[in-house]
Design a protein around this ligand. Structure first.
Ligand code: B12
Ligand code: SF4
Ligand code: SF4
Length: 361
């Protein structure tokens, strides 16, 4: 049978839906302005310590360097908007915040199996006439850019990809292939005059519309950064212990977002508003057990303890003081230093509260 790009695309779309992807589209590999913007972003050093982003910038901006003769990028989206509170809603002072995307199982594993199945299906229905590579997050590919051109949504001022119907709480998975397919139309930018995300970001990481300085982003600081968190930013990080959702939680496009019933993404016990005391007491065995196959394992126990100390310092909750004090004697110097900072912060805020109470007596 003659190769029919429209029929292949339609079959792929049906298969993607059957695999549980809510969103599907295809972008033609082409030179688009965002590729230049990426190079400018790297040039300004906004990737911070994520050096791999500069190292493979050539590949990231040219899919043909990843797949010889690349013609298309197939993009699928999977909703993780589980029913539970927002980070912007009130919570007890003793609670931290784990980002919504990390409440359940690791999306890399969940999506990789499905995008692999979609790729294998493409090879099967084309009788092995095409080749390609598939990725979830970790490949040298600008997923949001191709997702936008594949019609899945627009890149918002908070730099997340937003879909008009399901908001921005969805993951992306992509296939770069030399197959010729039929292409989707990118949707318009629907941010309009809104600036809620920029105004709400506590660390001013969104330095202008559509531009994020990763070095200031709480998501980067709590997940990607391996060493000490700059002191100038600690006080602005609130009680975030893994990732940050603020610029999405305030986005009007997430207000009516459909709820995901995917079992793998449902919150594991204790992950929504996690107890800071419990995190501060964690030993390696508890960490490995609790965060097995969870995105949180990325920070390692060391990173999570560091983050929990910053959160405890910002909590103003005197009940955490004894645990924070104990960590001043931790064998790891970085933990010791963050514990000292947290003790100082907690003591000052508790003292200030007491003084305030006398004033109002
Ligand atoms: C590096 C990275 C990060 C970094 C940098 C974030 C970022 N904005 O890029 C950090 C660690 C901070 C991060 C955080 C998060 N991430 Co992340 N991350 C990535 C990764 C690996 C690469 C992204 C990238 O290439 N960034 C490069 C910069 C330059 O891109 P950009 O900021 O979007 O800039 C583009 C546009 O804004 C535009 N542009 C730039 N300047 C200008 C100026 C003007 C005027 C205009 C019009 C446009 C424009 O062009 C730029 C180039 O493409 C992707 C996976 C992948 N391989 O693509 C996941 C990915 C983007 N992350 C994801 C997620 C879920 C998150 C978090 C929500 C996790 C969390 N809750 O903590 C946060 C969101 C923070 C935020 N506001 O973006 C999802 C996003 C899904 C979605 N719906 O958007 C992805 C796609 C992973 C996946 N497979 O699902 N992430
Ligand atoms: S994820 Fe948090 S810190 Fe990062 S840009 Fe959004 S609001 Fe700011
Ligand atoms: S909060 Fe407003 S400006 Fe920011 S991404 Fe959402 S719609 Fe766009």
């Amino acid at each position: 049978m003659a190769y029919d790009p429209a029929l292949i695309t339609q079959k792929l779309q049906e298969k993607a839906r059957a695999l549980g992807f809510e969103l599907f589209g295809v972008a033609a590999v082409q030179d688009v302005p965002e590729l230049l913007r990426y190079r400018e972003w790297i040039g300004a050093g906004y990737e911070a310590e994520m050096h791999y982003m500069a190292r493979n910038a050539e590949k990231r901006t040219d899919p043909a360097l990843v797949v010889n003769g690349a013609q298309s990028v197939i993009v699928c989206g999977k909703n993780y908007h589980t029913r539970a509170p927002l980070s912007t809603e009130p919570a007890p002072a003793s609670a931290g915040w784990i980002s919504r995307y990390a409440w359940g199982d690791d999306y890399h594993d969940v999506l990789k199996q499905r995008i692999r199945a979609l790729y294998e299906y493409l090879v099967e229905i084309t009788d092995g006439a095409v080749q390609g590579r598939y990725y979830v997050d970790t490949g040298p590919v600008l997923e949001k850019v191709w997702a936008q051109y594949a019609g899945l949504g627009w890149i918002g001022k908070n730099t997340c990809l937003i879909n008009q119907h399901i908001g921005s709480y969805f993951f992306l998975a992509v296939i770069i292939t030399d197959a010729k397919l039929t292409y989707s139309t990118p949707p318009p930018d629907r941010c309009g005059t809104c600036t809620r995300c920029i105004d709400a970001c506590p660390t001013e990481a969104i330095i202008g519309p559509y531009v994020l300085d990763a070095a200031k982003c709480i998501s980067y600081l709590t997940i990607e950064l391996r060493d000490r968190i700059p002191e100038s930013l600690r006080g602005k990080m609130g009680r975030h212990v893994f990732g940050c959702d603020i610029c999405q939680d305030v986005c009007p496009w997430n207000r009516k977002a459909a709820v995901s019933l995917e079992p793998a993404f449902q919150p594991r016990p204790g992950n929504v508003n996690p107890d800071l005391g419990e995190l501060l007491r964690m030993e390696q065995a508890d960490f490995s057990e609790r965060f097995r196959k969870s995105p949180v394992k990325r920070s390692k126990l060391r990173g999570l303890l560091r983050n929990a100390l910053v959160a405890a310092g910002n909590s103003g909750h005197p009940g955490l003081l004894s645990q924070v004090e104990a960590l001043q004697h931790h064998p790891d110097e970085m933990i010791q230093e963050h514990a000292k900072w947290a003790v100082e912060k907690l003591t000052t805020s508790t003292k200030a509260k007491k003084e305030d109470a006398y004033v109002h007596d």
